[in-house]
Design a protein around this ligand. Structure first.
Ligand code: MG
Length: 258
């Protein structure tokens, strides 16, 4: 099933919904608990989609595709390389990514996002996928110049708008071998299969849960394939994952002076 968060022209209050073909219907309750689906009678194109959830933790994996590590002359990690993005960086489908004044090199990173459904602590890989609620698309937007300069990645990964998520949560998805592409202004920049991940989704969940308790609503960004490239004001970046739809965001400049 596909779950969305949305507002309508007549009602600015965010609410949960479900998608049937190209229609949206409201949901009573929450997809994580008890819920009831009401009639899907609104055209999807008529509603404003928000980020499909407000995550708890956003845990990210660096260099999880060999070809991407190579393009930065970086080693393939022997264990997953983790970092965290703040929830304040989250935006939804069609909301603008803002290039901050501190960076001259903001880049897209197309990634599969895993949404945790129930608390997971020290789970083993064979059982790990049973803790997943669903999947969505993420863009791990990165200020590459600041990432290189700082060594630590927190500043470069954490600007407001640097975590587009969406367009919806898909509960019926197999993460083993799905095609990921990223286009900027219609030109393809990234293409790979989730099959090319160094550490698979179940290994990542097991690894992270050996460090910290994963809780309902936490998300895991699983790394990006090769082909990351700079974004400029006026660009439109679109990430497709086979089975999950398309996450599209325009790019604008944050004109605030620092
Ligand atoms: Mg990334």
């Amino acid at each position: 099933m596909r779950f969305v968060r949305y507002t309508t022209r007549n009602d600015p209050t965010p609410r949960w919904g479900w998608v049937y073909q190209d229609q949206v219907g409201p949901l009573e309750g929450s997809p994580f608990d008890e819920f009831r689906r009401l009639e899907a009678d609104l055209p999807l194109a008529s509603v404003r989609l928000l980020a499909p959830l407000t995550p708890g933790k956003i845990i990210c994996v660096g260099r999880n595709y060999i070809e991407h590590a190579k393009e930065h002359n970086a080693e393939i990690p022997e264990v997953p390389l983790l970092f965290i993005k703040p929830v304040s960086s989250v935006i939804g489908h069609e909301q603008p990514i803002l290039i901050p004044p501190q960076s001259q090199q903001v880049e897209h990173e197309a990634e599969l996002a895993v949404i945790i459904g129930q608390a997971a602590r020290r789970v083993e890989p064979p059982e790990a996928l049973s803790y997943v609620f669903g999947y969505t698309i993420a863009n791990d937007v990165t200020a590459r110049d600041l990432q290189r300069r700082d060594g630590q990645w927190t500043r470069s990964k954490s600007f407001d708008t640097f975590c587009p998520l969406g367009p919806w949560i898909e509960t019926d998805f197999d993460p083993a071998d799905a095609l990921i592409t990223c286009h900027v202004n219609g030109q393809m920049r990234q293409m790979a299969s989730t099959h090319d991940m160094v550490f698979k989704v179940e290994q990542l969940i097991a690894f992270v849960s050996s460090i910290m308790t994963l809780e309902q609503g936490d998300i895991l960004l699983t790394g990006t394939p090769a082909g990351v490239s700079p974004l400029r004001q006026g660009d439109v970046v679109e990430i497709n994952i086979q089975g999950l739809g398309a996450l599209r965001n325009p790019v604008a400049t944050d004109t605030h002076k620092v």
